[in-house]
Design a binder for this molecule. Structure first.
Ligand code: ADP
Length: 188
């Protein structure tokens, strides 16, 4: 495979200053001591199950209050798929939560494109906040049904291709299977 995600002329195995370092971890996103964690939210921004529920439980009610305000002011019809918005982190170690809506795999005409957009738009929001370390879950791979072996390379390629001042992207994966899928994607 060509040196996907790297600027032209950057040899494989070396990283441009513009490309964030990618770190993989098997664990719980909500405990990460990073500037921002990314929530695999749904369009309503009103919370849900999976990682979304875990973030709201651990972060406390201020996150939902800010989400309600975002719905009222900026996105009355809900956050579109592939877009991202930020709230504070409430009681979380992370200062901010960046909420993004992944594609529902079976319903999307372009799941890879929409998943890539989740990552690039989240990093754009991180840049606007001044966040330098950002932790992502495996967006869309739970209830939204995106097979982890397909989602992992799409997510990694999107981060490698992003132009951002974020220095570290940490993928925090729930379970061995997800971790190994990202490990394989990263080795490509
Ligand atoms: P989606 O609706 O985007 O599919 P889910 O929350 O259902 O979002 O799942 C996304 C991924 O997050 C799944 O792989 C799931 O195992 C994982 N996950 C759930 N809870 C956590 C957590 N606390 N930390 C990290 N990953 C989590």
């Amino acid at each position: 495979m060509p040196s996907e995600g790297r600027p032209e002329g950057t040899p494989k195995g070396r990283y441009s200053a513009l490309v964030p370092r990618i770190v993989l971890l098997e664990g719980d996103l909500t405990t990460q001591d990073v500037d921002a964690i990314v929530n695999a939210a749904n369009a309503s921004l009103m919370g849900g199950g999976g990682v979304d529920g875990a973030i709201h439980r651990a972060g406390g009610p201020s996150i939902l209050a800010e989400c309600r305000e975002i719905r009222r002011t900026s996105f009355p019809d809900g956050l579109p798929t592939g877009r991202a918005v930020a709230t504070g982190g409430g009681d979380l170690p992370a200062r901010w939560v960046i909420h993004t809506v992944g594609p529902v795999y079976a319903a999307s005409a372009d799941p890879a494109g929409e998943l890539a957009s989740c990552h690039t738009d989240s990093l754009k929001v991180a840049d606007e906040l001044g966040a330098r370390t950002v932790a992502f879950p495996a967006i869309s791979t739970g209830v939204f049904g995106y097979p982890i072996v397909e989602a992992a390379p799409a997510a990694v390629a999107a981060v490698r291709g992003a132009e951002t001042a974020v220095a570290e992207v940490r993928f925090v994966l729930f379970g061995r299977e997800a971790f190994e899928a990202f490990e394989r994607a990263l080795a490509r």
